[in-house]
Design a binder for this molecule. Structure first.
Ligand code: ZN
Ligand code: FE
Length: 256
């Protein structure tokens, strides 16, 4: 099974999984890179997975469904281009001979879902949309800090080897913030150097792995002493874990 990050717009990735014949894409905001990819590799689009309702993730769903006949899956509780199969946490779907499990991850949007695939002999896959990014997390447009923290906790409970397929290339700016939070985290500094090197060669920094994210992503590290202290230095009211997470998220929003 081959995994490809198709660049779209300025910093989106449309993830494509294929077996040489059939393909699945996640969050197709733009049809062009998908149709070109299908054409160049001679693939039939079987499945479209959508994580949330934002246009940069849904813009090409209708046209791709019409032109390829692909089956569309998306969140149960968001406004979506119809028709589609609506899913929520605990549901499963099959595509390309693989099973995908749905995880509810509200926070960026109210009905955001993620797709986890144990992937048989290969390392597991997570398509997490705009919930978890490498070195960061999505903005809280429709959810509370408590909801987003609970969503990230669910993702953090997946196996370390899980390949984290995020929908945006935000890694370098996220890592600048992460370095401000944890300047003494050497794993973070080493990871940032390899990420800068990849971007200098115009390569994606993704997929990341959950094991790496647990060591470098401040939003998965809100119970670490260094992260708690950094959050409290910015906001003395950040006492409990939700308070620490909320202070970090607000600090990131202002961070240049
Ligand atoms: Zn979004
Ligand atoms: Fe997005």
């Amino acid at each position: 099974m081959k995994l490809i990050a198709l660049p779209a717009f300025t910093d989106n990735y449309i993830w494509m999984l294929h077996d040489g014949h059939r393909a699945l894409v996640v969050d197709p905001g733009d049809a062009k890179p998908v149709l070109e990819g299908l054409h160049h590799m001679g693939l039939q689009l079987e499945t479209i997975l959508v994580t949330h309702h934002h246009t940069d993730h849904t813009g090409a769903v209708a046209i791709l469904r019409q032109t390829t006949g692909a089956k569309v899956y998306g969140p149960a509780h968001e406004v979506m281009p119809e028709p589609l199969s609506r899913l929520c946490g605990g549901d499963q779907l099959q595509s390309l001979g693989l099973t995908f499990e749905v995880i509810d991850v509200p926070g960026h949007t109210a009905g955001h879902i993620a797709y986890y695939c144990a992937a048989g002999d290969e390392t597991p896959l997570l398509f997490c949309g705009d919930t978890l990014f490498s070195g960061g997390c999505g903005r809280l447009f429709e959810g509370s800090p408590a909801q987003m923290l609970a969503s990230l906790d669910k993702l953090a409970a997946l196996p370390d080897a899980t390949r984290i397929c995020c929908a945006h290339e935000y890694t370098l700016s996220n890592l600048r913030f992460a370095a401000a939070v944890e300047p003494a985290n050497q794993t973070l500094m080493d990871y940032a150097e390899s990420a800068r090197d990849l971007r200098a060669r115009l390569q994606p920094t993704l997929p990341s792995t959950l094991g790496v994210e647990r060591q470098i992503n401040p939003f998965l590290r809100t119970r670490q002493t260094a992260v708690i202290q950094a959050a409290q230095a910015i906001d003395a009211c950040a006492q409990d874990e939700v308070g620490v997470f909320a202070a970090l998220r607000l600090w990131k929003n202002r961070f240049q």
